[in-house]
Design a protein around this ligand. Structure first.
Ligand code: I3S
Length: 127
């Protein structure tokens, strides 16, 4: 890392490839568009990348910047197999009314993501 960012990078909690679609923006429904996304849980945020090579915050803003990011404070998670024909789907709703579906073919993997994100949300409530 460069000297001016050393020591201030938030802790990287988890990173991996999930399928993602945004289904609402500010409470307004959007048309689904599933895409693979490199998802990084870091500090209070879930950060989405197109490029799996940029998960390390020390490389930001390197050759691939985040596509978008989500503030987990006040966010809500729920299993959402009713919202998709896909299996292993959960919905993440931000406090601003943005909604995402995240999905993996691997049940254990999506469960681990759910648990880890929920832990961060819970931790933020008590701060
Ligand atoms: O919940 P929906 O609207 O049935 O979701 C499906 C559609 O959005 C479809 O797109 P178009 O209707 O724009 O062609 C997507 O291709 C599907 O992937 C969506 O359903 P799943 O079950 O994959 O979430």
């Amino acid at each position: 890392s460069s000297p001016d960012t050393e020591g201030v990078s938030p802790e990287l909690e988890k990173a991996g490839l999930l399928n993602k679609t945004k289904i609402a923006e500010g409470g307004r429904k959007l048309r689904k568009n599933w895409n693979p996304s490199w998802v990084v849980l870091v500090g209070n945020s879930l950060v989405f990348f197109k490029d799996p090579k940029s998960q390390n915050p020390d490389s930001w803003p390197g050759n691939s910047r985040p596509e978008s990011s989500v503030d987990l404070r006040g966010a809500q998670l729920q299993w959402a197999d009713d919202l998709s024909s896909r299996k292993n789907v959960f919905k993440l709703r931000t406090i601003t009314g943005n909604e995402f579906l995240l999905q993996s073919e691997t049940e254990s993997l999506i469960r681990e993501w759910y648990r880890t994100i929920q832990n961060v949300i819970d931790r933020l409530v008590s701060l």
